[in-house]
Structures are given as C-alpha cells and as structure tokens.
Design a protein around this ligand. Structure first.
Ligand SMILES: [Zn+2]
Length: 416
C-alpha cells in the first residue's frame, strides 16, 4: 500500500484538554503549535470510554450507533436487564436483544476493502472491541487479538499500565506504521486514565503518567515524520476521549428510586438504572415510564443531582435510544483537591466502592467533557474555534482517504 494515503489516530485515554501544557505534556504542547488545535472539542454523553470508542470509530452519537454506556439496559423477555458492556459475553446479549452490535458501520468496515484497519488498544477489552465489534479489521488487545472475520490471533502481551503503553507504542510503530501500513491505524493508550482512577488529579502520579503518554505520542510522531520524509502522505490525529473529575460522596440511585415508590417497578425490570460514574441512564418499559417520570422533579431537587435530562434535552445530548427515558448528571462542588484542582462530584454507586478523591468520569462536568484533539495533516495549523466532537474523527479520516462521507453525525475537520 506504499504511496497511498493513510491515517493514524492516537488516543491518550482520559487526558483532559486543560492538561495539555508545556510543563505537563511538553511534546503535545509543541505539536499543538504545528497542528490544528480543536479549541472547543467535546466528549460524547455519557463521557465513558466504551461509548467514546464507538463514537470515534463510527462518527456517530450513541443514539445512532446504539451503545449507550459502559453499562446499558437491554430488553430481555419483556424486562430491562442492565449489563456491563465490558463482560466477555456482552456482544452476544446485545445481538440477541437488538439484532446486532453497532447499528452503523465502523471506520474498520468502511476501509475493509480499502487498505484495512488495525488498532492496538491497552484499555478495557470492551472499549477495545467496540472499535470494531464485527471484526472487519485487526484489533490487538491484552485479552485477545482478532483478525478480520474474528479469527483469534493471540493476545497483545503488554502490561495494563504506562510501561505497557510504551511497549505497545513501540510495537505499533514498528509493526503497523513501518511494516503493515493499513489505511487506518489506531493506537489507544490506557494512561493517564488508568492511573487517574486510583490517584488524585494533579498529584505527582498523575503528572508522571501525563509525561509517559506524551512520550508515546512523540514516538508515533517521530515515526510518522520519518515516513513523510520518504514521501508518504499521512494524516495524524492525536487526542483523547474525555477528561476526569474528582470523586466525592457516592449515591445509590437504585436505592433512591426504591425509596421514592419505584421498588416494585425496579423488581419487575420495568425501571432500571445504568450507572456511568458521574452520570446515570434511566430505562423504562411502557409499564414503568410514568412511574419514572413521576419522580424526575423530586430527583432534580436531590443534592446529588445537577441536571436531569428528559425528552428534547436528552435528545440534544445524543441519546434518544430505545428504552432510555432520562439521564442524570451528578452535582459538582467547586472546592479544590489537595493539588489545587477544583471540582468534586457525586459518584453513582455501581457495587464496588470507588476511592474518594481519585479520578472518574461519565457525566457532563467541565474537565470530563473537554478531551483534546489536534490534527497534524502537514497543512493546517492554528486553533479551530468552533464546536467539534469525537464524532468528527471518523469523517475527517474518511475525507482524507477519499471515502464516502455519508452516514456520519460528525463532519470532516477542518471544515472545507
Ligand atoms: Zn477513556
């Protein structure tokens, strides 16, 4: 495929835009100066990794691609069952309930006959596999790698930390960028997200993994520049999926609903909650809908709720999915953490305890909804001061490769 155009996307999971600074990420700050910086780039809702992966790979919002959250409700035998998207059997449950997985083509499908797709991902298996859930391309991951058609090709042997990110990055540069040369290549590193879930924002451990992520991007850029020097036309996109917020007190939203008269509807599966960290999605059957809508006003007054979205407000956030009746974004207090980072959020409890003071995401808070994106196409530079989204990444790649631009919610960048 030498001589043809190709696109590379690097995702630094959980790296909020405000952390791209000369003192925290020196290489990214430098690259910003020679790339097109998307100054108003935003996450999708909920701002969780699996939904972000699906939106990046399809160029569509959750309402259209069909993956609602890290956990989502499926209609099974007339009731709503909330399932973890990361579970190994989730895709079979989703196929049984909805007839498929993603409802629109991924970029892997779009380039299956036009140069191919390869992703190396060091995040959760669910987020890795939802880049290409029907196996049109290659996905390499610790939990198992797959070739087109779903043939198992052995696991990616890297550790789930920034050392593993670095090993994976070097392999990606050697095996994918320099050797296989697919039309589209994704590298998705786990840090800073993985570390931030266990340490405070702005802590030395957070700052350390920012530098580690920065080094991975520098290595990819160095390789891309080498290939450009050999005459290759490569579009390099570097970004993240979401930022992080600080974990405060927890709220069991299911218990709250039960205490407000919905105990029976919860038990019969007519109402269900799918927690997403700093937000939650509420599902209802026709039988449960009125009961759920009946407690929304009271929920709005609860100390843990910032905003409860229903109807047109929910649709405006990209979630008009089957069964999703409402969503809550949890409340935020402005106080700063010990490292001077403001904001403390209520956390939706999902069984296991989460460490107060560490990072989390999923809602509509200021840091979690501000990922970064820069476009290094050898031509564009400066800052783009217009709203852009994770859904613009796939159409940007498609336009560069000369593929059809139909069926995206997003638009190619920069706008033509
Ligand atoms: Zn993420």
């Amino acid at each position: 495929m030498a001589g043809s155009r190709r696109a590379v996307f690097v995702c630094c999971d959980g790296l909020g835009r405000d952390w791209v600074r000369p003192e925290t990420t020196p290489f990214l700050a430098e690259l910003r100066g020679t790339s097109l910086w998307c100054g108003e780039h935003s996450a999708v809702f909920p701002s969780v990794t699996r939904v972000s992966a699906a939106s990046i790979s399809t160029g569509c919002l959750p309402a259209r691609h069909g993956l609602h959250g890290n956990r989502m409700g499926l209609r099974e035998d007339g009731r709503i069952v909330v399932r973890d998207v990361g579970a190994p059997d989730f895709r079979s449950h989703m196929r049984r309930a909805t007839g498929g997985t993603l409802l629109v083509p991924s970029i892997a499908e779009r380039v299956a006959e036009a140069g191919g797709f390869i992703a190396y991902s060091n995040v959760s298996p669910g987020a890795a596999y939802f880049l290409d859930p029907e196996h049109f391309g290659h996905i390499h991951h610790r939990a198992g790698s797959f070739a087109p058609g779903g043939e198992s090709i052995g696991a990616l042997e890297v550790t789930h930390d920034s050392a593993g990110d670095w090993t994976m990055t070097r392999r990606f540069c050697a095996e994918v960028l320099l050797d296989t040369k697919p039309a589209v290549a994704f590298l998705w590193i786990c840090d800073p997200d993985h570390t931030l879930h266990a340490v405070p924002l702005g802590s030395p451990a957070h700052l350390d993994v920012l530098q580690q992520a920065d080094r991975c991007v520098a290595e990819v850029h160095r390789t891309v520049e080498r290939l450009r020097g050999e005459g290759e036309e490569i579009l390099l996109l570097v970004g993240s999926d979401h930022g992080h917020e600080t974990i405060g007190d927890g709220i069991d939203v299911g218990d709250w609903l039960a205490a407000h008269g919905l105990k029976e509807l919860l038990a019969t599966g007519d109402v269900a909650v799918a927690g997403q960290g700093t937000s939650a999605l509420f599902y209802a059957t026709d039988r449960g809908r009125d009961g759920l809508l009946g407690v929304i006003e009271e929920m709005r007054r609860a100390p843990w709720a910032a905003d409860v979205l229903i109807g047109a407000d929910l649709a405006a956030k990209g979630l008009t999915a089957d069964g999703v009746v409402a969503a809550v974004d949890t409340a935020r207090q402005v106080e700063a953490n010990p490292h001077g980072v403001p904001g403390r959020r209520w956390m939706v409890k999902e069984g296991k305890a989460v460490p107060i003071g560490c990072g989390q995401h999923g809602g509509l808070g200021p840091d979690e909804t501000r990922p970064f994106l820069m476009i290094d196409d050898g031509r564009s530079s400066g800052a783009l001061q217009q709203a852009t989204s994770l859904t613009d990444i796939a159409p940007t790649i498609a336009r560069f490769l000369g593929l059809p631009l139909t069926g995206f919610d997003g638009s190619p960048l920069p706008p033509s």
